[in-house]
Design a protein around this ligand. Structure first.
Ligand code: SF4
Length: 238
């Protein structure tokens, strides 16, 4: 199975009745500014490079952002912030991500989510997070090129730790507390295959650096809790 297979399968998932209702009802009762546009109204697949060095873990698509455009962190203010920061760091072709077909392309980065459907009030329930967990697990299992993970927000931090443990990665104990600039290191077990002395191989255990960042939500960016400089500083750690 490839990451493209995962993207195709997640985009037709209907496992969470409340979120299926919400994502589809938002797509019918559109926001005034987007009345003339079709809404995606389905689970939003991950976005970016299929051999990423860096994963970005968010929370869930926004009702009129990813749920409208069908592309993660695309078409809303949160997306404006993270795409601009990735562009400044050389990870994105453009400083904006407006809609599919706008030419945006991520280089070496893949954006993933603990929850792939837009939730009411941006708050998935614990049961919904649990239901969507296997999709994140699959991302980690296929992420053999990943060296660093940027986690936006405390829920993403918890979800990533849970997924890492489920797929058999080693997570430090006690678990590192989430915070802006928090760092921890996960160990991905090897597969027992030796490529000889000094060889670098996917068969050997490897370390993945995990960096926390306040979420790029308007709640944080409008209030100055998260500034562009703070975002650039944590991206520089990846
Ligand atoms: Fe499926 Fe995840 Fe959407 Fe639930 S949140 S319906 S598990 S894609």
């Amino acid at each position: 199975q490839s990451l493209a297979d995962v993207d195709a399968r997640v985009s037709v998932c209907r496992a969470c009745p409340r979120l299926v209702d919400w994502r589809e009802s938002v797509a019918v009762g559109k926001r005034k500014a987007f009345l003339g546009e079709p809404y995606w109204g389905r689970p939003v697949p991950s976005l970016g490079d299929e051999q990423p060095r860096v994963l970005v873990v968010g929370l869930a698509p926004a009702a009129h952002g990813g749920n409208r455009t069908g592309r993660m962190f695309t078409g809303d203010r949160s997306g404006d912030w993270i795409h601009a920061a990735l562009y400044r760091a050389g990870y994105a072709a453009r400083p904006t991500s407006v809609s599919a077909g706008d030419g945006q392309r991520l280089r070496g980065v893949r954006m993933v989510a603990p929850v792939h459907c837009a939730p009411p009030d941006n708050k998935p329930t614990p049961a919904e997070r649990a239901a969507c967990g296997p999709w994140l697990d699959r991302e980690l299992q296929l992420a053999d090129s990943v060296e660093s993970i940027l986690v936006l927000g405390g829920i993403g931090w918890q979800s990533l730790h849970a997924a890492a443990l489920r797929v058999g990665w080693s997570v430090p104990r006690p678990r590192a507390k989430f915070g802006h600039g928090a760092q921890t290191v996960f160990t991905v077990p090897g597969n027992g295959v030796s490529d000889g002395p000094g060889a670098v191989s996917a068969g050997r255990p490897r370390e993945v650096r995990v960096v926390g960042c306040y979420h790029v939500s308007q709640q944080n960016t409008f209030t100055g809790r998260l500034t562009e400089q703070m975002l650039d500083e944590v991206i520089a750690l990846l």
